[in-house]
Design a protein around this ligand. Structure first.
Ligand code: SF4
Ligand code: SF4
Length: 110
């Protein structure tokens, strides 16, 4: 049976794997993107599918998932997660932008 320690360990390994992959594949994109301490990540809620990739890569615990009620009452889905950035801990490192499969994250001026 999987316990919390196993999950934490697997999450850490996945975090490292994603970071290495992103760094190698998107180094050029990262260099040309706005970032640094004068910027903060911003998530476009309508594009977020709650996949949790950004929270995995964020070292600074600056992203959290929250429940968003579905707009349509005819869809019976219990969990509808969205991500949001916590401005204060965000360092502007840009990693979350590269991890997002739906391009929901952009860097904006603080
Ligand atoms: S820019 Fe960096 S610190 Fe800020 S939310 Fe994204 S991954 Fe976290
Ligand atoms: S990686 Fe993108 S789509 Fe996935 S939870 Fe984060 S903002 Fe939402």
């Amino acid at each position: 049976m999987t316990d919390a320690t196993d999950v934490a360990e697997r999450r850490k390994k996945q975090q490292t794997k994603i970071r290495i992959m992103l760094n190698s594949l998107k180094a050029g994109e990262l260099a040309s993107m706005k970032g640094g301490e004068d910027t903060v990540a911003w998530i476009k809620e309508e594009l977020c599918i709650g996949c949790d990739q950004c929270t995995i890569v964020c070292d600074d615990d600056a992203i959290e998932l929250y429940d968003k009620p579905l707009a349509s009452p005819i869809m019976n889905i219990e969990v509808n997660k969205k991500a949001r950035v916590l401005r204060d801990p965000c360092t502007g490192c840009k990693l979350c932008v590269l991890s997002c499969p739906t391009d929901a994250i952009v860097m904006i001026d603080r």
